[in-house]
Ligand binder design. Structure first.
Ligand code: SF4
Length: 139
């Protein structure tokens, strides 16, 4: 049986993610910034955001996916070396949240690409973000 994405990553010790805001209110971005900032300091567990999807292990996706962002989200994932992780962050990314069914909304992340993991919350707490990402960095 093929290993799960989590099993594949075990022992890597680091996690590089390309962040994609697919249509968020920026609340999730504020908490991601807190998770990576000096207080929660996710970098001590080998976790960082990178500018290029070609340098990433996967995507960290926030927000409901808008019609304008569905194509860019797909293309960004295609640029990540395979097998790529897709981590949906926040209730909008998981279910559509408060704007599900709204004008210009395609749907949650799962309507466009297949998530590997989900981080619930509106917005998720920084320590929950760090804990979820540590499962993949293995530290
Ligand atoms: S989950 Fe909450 S904080 Fe995150 S983008 Fe949606 S409304 Fe904003």
């Amino acid at each position: 049986m093929a290993p799960t994405p989590l099993e594949r990553r075990r022992g890597f010790g680091s996690l590089q993610l390309r962040h994609v805001d697919a249509g968020s209110c920026n609340g999730c971005e504020m908490e991601i910034a807190n998770a990576l900032g000096p207080v929660y300091d996710a970098s001590r567990y080998g976790i960082s955001l990178v500018a290029s999807p070609r340098h990433a292990d996967g995507l960290l996706v926030t927000g409901v996916v808008t019609a304008n962002m569905a194509g860019p989200l797909r293309r960004t994932l295609e640029a990540v070396p395979q097998p790529a992780l897709v981590i949906a962050c926040g209730d909008c990314a998981l279910t559509g949240g408060a704007v599900a069914g709204g004008f210009g909304v395609v749907g949650p992340v799962s309507a466009v690409v297949t998530p590997t993991a989900e981080i619930p919350g509106c917005p998720p707490r920084p320590d929950d973000i760090v804990a979820a990402l540590r499962r993949f960095s293995g530290r």
